[in-house]
Design a protein around this ligand. Structure first.
Ligand SMILES: NC(=O)C1=CN([C@@H]2O[C@H](COP(=O)(O)OP(=O)(O)OC[C@H]3O[C@@H](n4cnc5c(N)ncnc54)[C@H](O)[C@@H]3O)[C@@H](O)[C@H]2O)C=CC1
Ligand SMILES: CC(C)CC(=O)C(=O)O
Ligand SMILES: [Mg+2]
Length: 357
């Protein structure tokens, strides 16, 4: 049966990198129905809203969503509901995409591209599981108000609400333990339980969920230490599970272990493995339009889409093997370039993947 894929390229480098992933999908010889729609700043320009109703409808109807990135500095003064980032937050919430899988894998050829010493990162294969629809990113109330009490009473204050419901922590816990079962059977839950009620609660629930998985080793780490350990000794980790904000930050950090944020794909899944697939990075306005963005995170996200949502593991393998091959050939976009390799553009990298598919 033809699978319908919603293609939401977005802003900045989004259209450049998504075009390469679409070429790869089209070259697989499968019958995909790809339908494009505007989102983010492009959605705002097209219809006055970053997540146009028709785009959301398409995303809901499709078997999977391939997403680029949203955002541009020029929209930063718009009212928050109209800012491009609301599109990806709205898609995650509306589609119930609570589980964000961000695998940080170092391809051996890129050991020298990482800013860390090769012996620290060689063989790295960790999975960051970020809760994606809760935490301080979605908690209410939030806003700017007159400070009601305390030493700053009467001044304006900005505030947000950090919160997690028990079922939200339980379900992401299960995702983490089940993923660990298929890997090295270790889960490290990252929290800030020494300071935050929300994350003491998170930790307590993780311990309860962990009892259902006696074959998986559960450890706990404060987020500040986790940030340090990811740089000191990242290979100590197997699966890291954490909240929305900590996971956002730690996954960008972990991307540098793999050579570049342009290498880090992601899957955002609901309870039935319906998903949205996007690179972990943003719209990179600083390099947009220059043809130099690394498309591999997006191409690898398309592979994750085939594996997790479309039940096409063999085709996912084909894409991942092709990515390995182009790296073995010494082809590098600017972000992963080092002396002795061949610098290529976004287009050339995409074409190289196609040629070895
Ligand atoms: N899911 C999404 O759509 C996300 C959107 N954003 C938005 O993106 C915009 C830019 O945010 P930044 O903080 O600059 O983060 P960013 O991830 O877009 O860029 C950070 C740095 O990494 C580089 N970079 C990112 N992707 C790259 C690639 N594929 N190849 C080579 N270099 C790459 C950029 O050039 C930049 O120097 C903002 O509007 C932000 O809100 C940020 C993160 C995720
Ligand atoms: C709009 C942001 C929450 C996007 C982001 O930084 C991410 O998903 O990594
Ligand atoms: Mg981020």
């Amino acid at each position: 049966m033809t699978k319908k894929i919603a293609v939401l390229a977005g802003d900045g480098i989004g259209p450049e990198i998504v075009a390469e992933a679409v070429n790869v999908l089209n070259a697989l010889g499968e019958s995909f129905e790809l339908e494009h729609a505007p989102v983010g700043g492009a959605g705002y320009e097209a219809s006055g809203h970053p997540l146009p109703e028709a785009t959301l409808k398409l995303a809901k109807e499709a078997d999977a969503v391939l997403f680029g990135a949203v955002g541009d500095w020029k929209y930063d003064t718009l009212d928050r509901p109209l800012r491009p980032e609301q599109a990806i937050l709205g898609l995650r919430k509306n589609l119930g995409l609570f589980a964000n899988l961000r695998p940080a894998i170092l391809y051996p050829e890129l050991a020298g591209a990482s800013t860390l010493k090769p012996e620290v990162v060689s063989g790295l294969d960790i999975l960051i599981i970020r809760e994606l629809t809760g935490d301080i990113y979605f908690g209410q109330p939030r806003g700017v108000r007159e400070c009601p009490d305390g030493p700053f009473k009467g001044e304006r204050e900005g505030f947000d609400t950090m919160r997690y419901a028990e079922s939200e922590v339980r379900r992401i816990g299960h995702v983490a333990f089940q993923a660990a079962r298929k890997r090295n059977k270790k889960v490290c839950s990252v929290d800030k339980a020494n300071v935050l009620e929300t994350f003491q609660f998170w930790k307590d629930i993780m311990i309860e969920v962990g009892k259902e998985y006696p074959d998986v080793e559960l450890s706990h780490m404060y987020v500040d230490n986790a940030a340090m350990q990811l740089v000191k000794n990242p290979k100590q980790f197997d699966v890291l599970v954490t909240g929305n904000m900590f996971g956002d930050i730690l996954s960008d950090q972990a991307s540098m272990l793999t050579g570049s944020i342009g290498m880090l794909p992601s899957a955002s899944l609901d309870a039935n493995n319906k998903g949205l697939y996007e690179p972990s990075h943003g719209s990179a306005p600083d390099i947009a339009g220059k043809g130099i963005a690394n498309p591999l995170a997006t191409i690898l996200s398309a592979a994750m889409m085939l594996r997790y949502s479309l039940n096409m593991a063999a085709q996912a393998d084909r894409i991942e093997a092709a990515v390995k091959k182009v790296l073995q050939q010494g082809l590098r976009t600017a972000d992963i370039y080092e002396a002795g390799t061949t610098k290529v553009s976004t287009r050339e990298m995409g074409a190289a993947v196609l040629s070895v598919l």
